[in-house]
Design a protein around this ligand. Structure first.
Ligand code: FA5
Length: 339
């Protein structure tokens, strides 16, 4: 009997040792130690034995039961360890590997320069004025000294809507809205989107941005205008850029000027952006026409003013050496991610 018991113990321990999973070990526990298990069954037969034999065999069986139990627990731990080792071999993490970069949005280059220009003007005491993109004939043309039949209307091809509404062709309309609401002295800039019904090329878009400037006060002259223009260009380009001032006609200024800058794409040699002239038309400006001030009830004996209309897209092109204005609205990330 004792020998049988020891053989049974060895068989149980050997099969537990060879088991590969916790489920298998559990099956073996049931097989040997369960209610109807092989070791438990022997324990149940003890009742029929003599007292002396029962005591010694009982002790042995309990000892075997404890040993098998202990072995099962040990095997459980070993299996945990084996599984962990396997995971370590197959599912490891390289903590020295570079992380995946998160794609972050950023401001459009035009918005970035717009904010820069706003800061430059705010530092000179200018305010920021806003106006609507959907305008009426009066604010976009008539109040700017461009009556219905005036040929100057053809200078800016217009997207007309119903009832004399239109998409503003320039930010000069905000000059009128400002003069309607504020009394001189006043000074402000109005950055914004404008629209023209025209074919696109390297330097022309149908949707682009301008920054309007307006200063009205006592004794405002061309000297004030030129000073402010110089400060702006110096701050934006961080270096002296060659400029030229030539007479320019706009019905809402008198005298009117075109301020061109030496093309920074080709350094004045001539390219598709400057139409092979070496100069880029950037900043039309002038003294506010007395008719414009009078129409808003401003005493022109007392007040005068200057205005300008900066082409923001072209300024950004010059600053970064961008050779085609159409990149701005292309939504091409390869372009946008450079800024
Ligand atoms: C005007 O729009 C006037 N309102 C500017 C002005 C304001 C003059 C105040 C005097 C006083 P112009 O049409 O030239 O002017 O446009 C102004 C600037 O916008 C140009 O110098 C140019 O830089 C830019 N621009 C004009 N048309 C386009 C276009 N199709 N695409 C991109 N930029 C343009």
């Amino acid at each position: 009997m004792e020998e049988n018991l020891l053989n049974l113990k060895n068989k149980a321990i050997e099969s537990i040792r060879l088991s590969k999973s916790k489920e298998e070990v559990n099956q073996l526990r049931i097989k040997y130690l369960g209610k109807k298990g092989e070791i438990t069954s022997i324990l149940k037969t003890l009742g029929s034995l003599q007292a002396e034999e029962r005591a010694s065999l009982g002790k042995l069986i309990n000892q075997i039961k404890n040993e098998v139990e202990e072995f099962i627990n040990k095997r459980f731990e070993e299996i945990d360890e084996e599984v962990y080792e396997k995971i370590k071999e197959t599912e490891w993490i390289d903590i020295t590997a570079p992380g995946k970069s998160i794609l972050r949005g950023r401001l459009h280059p035009i918005t970035q320069i717009q904010y820069e220009i706003e800061d430059i003007f705010k530092s000179m005491g200018f305010s920021i004025f806003e106006g609507p993109e959907l305008e009426d004939d009066y604010h976009n043309f008539e109040a700017l000294n461009i009556p219905f039949d005036h040929p100057a209307r053809d200078m800016q091809d217009t997207f007309w809507l119903e009832n004399d509404y239109l998409l503003r062709t320039h930010t000069s309309s905000v000059q009128i809205r400002t003069l309607e609401t504020l009394k001189p002295p006043l000074q402000g800039i109005s950055p914004g989107r404008v629209f023209r019904y025209e074919a696109t090329d390297a330097s022309h878009e149908n949707t682009f941005y301008q920054v309007e400037g307006l200063m009205v006060g006592k004794d405002i002259s061309v000297a004030n205008l030129i000073y402010v223009m110089k400060v702006l260009l110096k701050e934006i380009f961080k270096k002296e850029v060659k400029i030229r001032l030539r007479p320019g006609f706009f019905p809402f200024v008198e005298p009117g000027f075109e301020l061109d800058i030496n093309c920074l794409i080709c350094n004045g040699k001539g390219c598709s952006v400057c139409k092979h002239t070496g100069w880029v038309e950037l900043l039309p400006c002038g003294l506010v026409h007395p008719n414009v001030l009078k129409m808003q009830g401003i005493d022109t004996e007392k007040y005068s003013g200057f205005a300008f209309g900066l082409g923001l897209n072209r300024l950004v092109m010059m600053r970064y050496g961008i050779d085609d204005i159409r990149h701005f609205l292309s939504s091409d990330l390869r372009f946008l991610e450079q800024f």
